[in-house]
Design a protein. Structure first.
Ligand code: PRX
Length: 666
């Protein structure tokens, strides 16, 4: 059937053509930018490649003030358990706070915090140091010791940085859980990590409403034996239950604590934090980062990828602290560099759709780092909204979390960047700790949609799936070819899974990223997406298995298969194929129950956008669900090879089901 040529369709066809064409169009650094950039000479790449370990060691000593400087760079005697700067001693909180205060920068604003209801708090480095010392002592008073795990489940308020830095100060390992995860997810992460304490809030605000967080936490955490203490930050004044002997208020323990807590220099390889992320199975992976190498990566990349000048820049990373982007580029990188940052509590559309631009104008933000999904949302709302604000302070833009489609790139460049700001599209992962593939804004000619080339000292390759040899043209597996300081050290308490997941395919010195990519004739990398069962919804990483297990927990569900479907707004969206128990009829009510169940078990952001009822699922003879075929069905593509199916008739049924779904939508 011929497709109707509506104006919308014509426009989207044109956009697609333009996208293809743009692969050959480059955007060199604007002259004015290049002249004043920290790095403008491409020789930096060769300098780093000549001896990457020596280069990283020199960078580490440049951006950090070690208490004891390391004499050694990389210890690769037991791959893939690499160690960096092993005999060095350093304290992350002292790097982020004390050293700036010591040189007279205590009055510099660390965070311009903006609250949802218009509240303003400008927190200086001196204030942040004071709060961190008090809370570090409070944690000690509560029995938290070096090496203990402390959970942090907080919204975007300055106390989240205080809690992380207080842990770092005393050598406790923080385990932050994104505020959008449900209390049940928090429990799971606390249980896996055997957290001794949890820092949370009475209530969290979201778009004018308040969620009773402490109450929800209590419902899940009641019987967790390892958890001795819950510290409650009074953020909203929401009344909340407090358990005698276990729960304390943050303000009260801080007031009672000694104001001085000297930072203890830690071994470079002392664990700094665990951050759970999704993998191929339902059980999240506890990515473990250590102190010296992680700080080196986060601080060096923050300085040079974003050309950061701490005296004059106002930095805004619009991620949530609960993800790695927030760890590296809201807390550790910017604070270690002595930057002034913006921290925004809320959503991009509350109290109005211009709030980001209002904040950028008011704080005179100079660098903005955001996710493509946010940019696509702003495109939908219209260019007239940012046009109402003065965004002339911006000089550099960044993108992270998912591939940025050239259309969104161009809009960002034009509407937000006024065509004068370079864009750095930064590719990296929770595992890598810091940015790995990225343009350097004073050097690289960018191409919309490509993260361009590896950061100096990093080596990446696209390889053949079968034998691991480099692929000159076309798609292959993205690999990182040598260790780097901020790499994950292991999966917390799961060394074997660590080796198996990342280092079993092509050897212990080659890190398997889990993304497909290709390189173009200029050697630029184009990241295509995940090769495993990980879905990227609005830059939030989810495992299909995790969502499936939440769906099958519903009493009326027999089986479920989840896939990521491409989505114009969120990049990918969750699409679930669900088989109900015999005798149960599909209904709106069951659908709502399934979606609510996912929200309760994982978080609202994981709710399936689309549920397709399936009498049966396509399986191989050995019983494995063929997701490839489900993806074809969901995307409306011609079906791939069905000959390996146990029952090829299943596909015809599913196609009927999808057609019925479409009719219902109409
Ligand atoms: O698939 C890649 C995608 O996000 C994955 C990592 O997700 P996470 O660990 O949650 O970290 C996100 C923030 C660093 C990657 O495997 N991804 C991240 N950045 C990009 C990207 N895909 C394309 N382009 C990017 N710039």
């Amino acid at each position: 059937m011929a497709t109707e040529a509506t104006p919308d369709r014509l426009a989207s066809d044109l956009a697609r053509e333009l996208e293809v064409m743009l692969e050959i169009e480059k955007f060199p650094p604007p002259e004015g930018f290049r002249e004043s950039a920290l790095w403008s000479d491409p020789a930096i790449y060769e300098e780093a490649a000549a001896d990457p370990v020596a280069w990283w060691t020199a960078k580490s000593k440049e951006v950090l003030d070690w208490d004891v400087e390391p004499t050694e760079g990389l210890n690769d005697s037991n791959p893939p358990f690499y160690k960096w700067f092993e005999d060095g001693r350093i304290n992350a909180s002292a790097q982020c706070l004390d050293r700036h205060v010591a040189v007279g920068n205590g009055e510099r604003v660390a965070y311009h915090w903006r609250g949802e209801e218009g509240e303003r708090r400008d927190v200086t480095y001196a204030e942040l140091l004071d709060s961190t010392q008090r809370f570090a002592n409070a944690l000690k008073d509560l029995g938290v010791e070096k090496g203990d795990v402390v959970g942090i489940y907080l919204p975007m308020i300055p106390e989240v940085a205080v809690a992380m830095l207080a842990c770092a100060r005393i050598g406790a390992i923080h385990n932050v859980v994104f505020g959008g995860f449900s209390a049940e997810s928090v429990r799971e992460r606390m249980e896996f990590a055997e957290a001794k304490a949890l820092v949370t809030v009475d209530g969290a605000r979201r778009k004018g409403k308040t969620a009773p967080i402490k109450e929800q936490v209590d419902e899940e955490m009641g019987d967790l034996a390892s958890l001795k203490t819950i510290v409650v930050v009074r953020a909203t004044g929401t009344p909340c239950p407090m358990t005698e002997g276990r729960d304390v208020f943050y303000d009260e323990v801080c007031a009672a604590a000694d104001p001085e807590c000297p930072a203890e220099p830690m071994e470079a390889e002392h664990p700094l934090f665990i951050l759970y992320t999704s993998g191929s199975t339902a059980s999240p992976k506890g990515i473990l980062h250590t102190t010296g190498g992680y700080l080196t990566g986060a601080t060096t990349t923050h300085k040079y990828v974003f050309d950061l000048k701490p005296e004059s820049d106002v930095w805004w990373c619009a991620a949530d602290v609960g993800w790695i982007t927030g760890h590296s580029y809201i807390v550790y990188g910017p604070l270690a560099n002595g930057a002034t940052s913006v921290m925004w509590e809320g959503a991009p559309d509350y109290p109005h759709q211009g709030i980001w631009w209002e904040i950028a104008q008011e704080t005179k933000a100079t660098i903005l780092y955001a996710a493509p999904t946010a940019i696509r949302t702003f495109i939908k709302w219209g260019a007239d909204i940012p046009a109402r604000y003065d965004l002339s302070s911006l000089r550099l833009l960044g993108s992270v979390g998912e591939p940025i489609n050239p259309k969104a790139w161009l809009w960002y460049h034009k509407v937000i960047g006024g065509e004068r700001c370079p864009i750095v599209d930064t590719w990296w992962q929770t595992e890598t700790g810091s940015i790995m593939i990225t343009p350097l804004p004073g050097i690289t000619a960018t191409k919309p949609g490509s993260a361009t080339t590896p950061f100096p000292g990093v080596s990446a390759e696209v390889v053949d799936e079968k034998d691991g040899t480099p692929v000159a043209e076309g798609q292959g597996l993205l690999m990182l070819e040598r260790p780097w300081p901020s790499m994950l050290r292991t999966l917390y308490k799961e060394d074997e899974r660590f080796v198996e997941t990342y280092f079993s395919k092509f050897g212990k010195d080659r890190y398997l990223v889990g993304d497909a990519a290709r390189r173009d004739s200029d050697g630029y990398f184009w990241v295509i997406g995940r090769i495993d069962d990980v879905v990227n919804v609005s830059g939030h990483r989810l495992s299909t298995a995790e969502v499936e297990s939440a769906i099958v927990a519903h009493e009326k569900v027999a089986e479920a298969a989840v896939i990521g479907q491409s989505d114009p707004d969120t990049g990918q969206a969750i699409c679930a194929f669900v088989t109900l128990n015999g005798g149960v009829e599909p209904s709106e009510e069951v659908m709502a129950g399934i979606r609510d169940g996912v929200a309760a078990r994982i978080g609202k952001f994981a709710r399936p956008k689309r549920v397709i009822w399936a009498d049966d699922l396509p399986k191989t003879r050995s019983g494995k669900i063929m997701r490839r075929l489900l993806r074809d069905i969901a995307e409306g593509r011609a079906l791939g090879d069905v000959t390996t199916l146990r029952d090829p008739g299943v596909m015809a049924e599913l196609e009927k089901q999808v057609a019925a779904e479409r009719e219902n939508d109409d």
